[in-house]
Design a protein around this ligand. Structure first.
Ligand code: AMP
Ligand code: ZN
Length: 471
């Protein structure tokens, strides 16, 4: 199918997404026909990503899959923050990378590589498709310097003793995305804003402290140092997607600071608010509090595997909640998701191939997917097909596999786990098959009882048979 709005199977059904910039559900039309530019803020690679981070990456993956399934070609750019993200979002404290380096005894460059690789491995385990472009902040220092130079030229930057800062007071629309109460913030301004003119001002470029030799530092027109955290996304988004593109995503914590500042920088340089749609994934909670790396205790994908879970059970769990609501993680909820996923896999596996996608059910599924990714409802349509009375089994299978292009549960590739049958049991089963073929029913029954005693069930299927462990 050639990409394009007209290629969508039923263009009368609009795609609608919730845009946090306008705080409204808006009809989605790409800025250029058939092509969607998507930027998603990626990981800060000073440590492993936790399953909370992956809830956001899963939401973005479902969004991208839904767009592709709707017939659009998606150009997806994701950054890797490997410098500049300070321990406090208010541009104070240590660089998270340098701190990670001290914690692990490895260089900042080594830990960046280590945790980027671990991130990509976990993405694959969760069946998250890789972005079209994965770009590292440290590979784009020149672009960031050029961006800051233009912001300065346009009069939005000032110098303090520790860096170049963005002057938010010069921008009347600053903070619109988060509906920031600037007057309130100004009134509550504490003495310790240091040399910053306003509490909301943020670093564009930080100087290496006098006498300090950082592992990651670069010369710049303002002095040796490193970029602030927000500038990388403005600079790389512009480089790969242009001045104004379709959708920008991240987790909900990015609304008040990181995305607000990305918008400020891009407005100051080129006059756009970067993206037409701003979409955010809401938190995964643990014990009803945000799961956070900085809190020290967090769950990795590996921890789920260590407890015997398939990582895709976590993917299923995330699909059961709308991305715009918080989700509390519990092991019981994950176990429930694992059971449902197993049933869905068995169900699809048991259906015959060779059918056709059922248009009416595809439309019903799409109605929910295109309604701001209402995946819980979309999943319910999949279950309706598995109940088996809606269409021919082969058509149900074809339709479910089509839905899985959005769900990403790997249904087509799944195979039931092979249980190893001991040789003695195989021998008994073979003897029983021969006894049945010779119509020696007494012997066949005796052998069935022997198999039973050994813990196995033998199901006859014509001249053949299947062995399964006794439940
Ligand atoms: P970071 O590695 O901290 O830059 O975060 C990577 C992504 O995960 C960002 O989009 C964050 O907004 C998001 N994120 C962080 N914590 C959570 C959480 N508990 N639940 C969902 N998303 C999160
Ligand atoms: Zn970003």
């Amino acid at each position: 199918m050639s990409p394009g709005a007209s290629a969508r199977p039923n263009p009368e059904l609009p795609v609608r997404f919730y845009d946090n910039y306008t705080r409204s559900l808006r009809e989605f039309e790409p800025l250029s026909v058939g092509r969607v530019g998507l930027y998603t803020c990626g990981p800060t690679v000073y440590d492993f990503q936790h399953v909370g981070n992956f809830r956001t990456f899963l939401f973005e993956d479902v969004l991208k899959r839904a767009l592709v399934w709707n017939g659009y070609a998606v150009h997806h750019v994701m950054n890797v923050t490997d410098v500049g993200h300070l321990v406090s979002d208010a541009d104070e404290g240590e660089d998270k990378m340098e701190r990670g380096s001290r914690r692990t005894g490895k260089s900042a460059w080594e830990i960046a590589r280590l945790y980027t690789d671990a991130f990509l491995e976990d993405m694959a385990r969760l069946n998250i498709e890789p972005p079209s472009v994965l770009c590292r902040a440290t590979d784009h220092i020149a672009e960031q310097i050029a961006f800051i130079a233009d912001i300065e030229k346009n009069g939005f930057a000032y110098r303090t003793s520790d860096g170049m800062y963005f002057d938010t007071a010069r921008q009347p629309g600053y903070g619109y995305l988060a509906r920031l109460d600037k007057a309130g913030l100004e009134a509550g301004k504490r003495v310790d804003v240091g040399e910053k003119r306003s509490p909301t001002d943020f670093a564009l470029w930080k100087f290496s402290a006098p006498g300090e030799k950082r592992q990651m530092e670069w010369p710049s027109p303002w002095g040796t140092g490193f970029p602030g955290w927000h500038i990388e996304c403005s600079a790389m988004a512009q480089k790969y997607l242009g001045d104004y593109f379709d959708i920008h995503c991240g987790g909900e914590d990015h609304i008040p600071v990181h995305h607000t500042n990305e918008i400020a920088q891009t407005e100051a340089r080129v006059g756009t608010r970067l993206a037409n749609f701003w979409m955010h994934g809401y938190f995964l909670l643990s014990n009803d509090a945000k799961m956070a790396k900085s809190a020290g205790e967090f769950l990795r994908v590996q921890a789920l595997i260590d407890r015997g879970f398939d990582p895709l059970a976590f993917r299923y769990l995330c699909l059961t909640a709308h991305y715009r609501g918080q989700l509390n993680f519990t092991w019981d909820a994950l176990a429930g998701a694992a059971t449902a996923l197993e049933r869905m896999r068995q169900g699809v596996h048991g259906l015959p191939a060779g059918g056709r996608v059922i248009a009416a059910l595809r439309d019903e599924f799409r109605m929910h997917v295109d309604d701001d990714l209402n995946m819980p409802r979309a999943l319910a349509v999949a279950w309706k097909l598995l109940r088996g009375d809606v269409a021919s089994p082969a058509d149900c299978k074809a339709t479910l596999l089509d839905f899985d292009r959005v769900l990403g549960l790997g249904l087509a590739a799944w195979q039931p786990p092979q249980t190893l049958v001991p040789e003695s049991v195989q021998a008994l089963a073979e003897q029983r098959r021969q006894a049945r073929a010779a119509r020696n029913w007494a012997e066949a029954d005796r052998l069935r009882a022997a198999l039973h005693a050994a813990g196995w069930e033998m199901e006859d299927a014509g001249d053949d048979y299947r062995l399964k462990p006794r439940g």
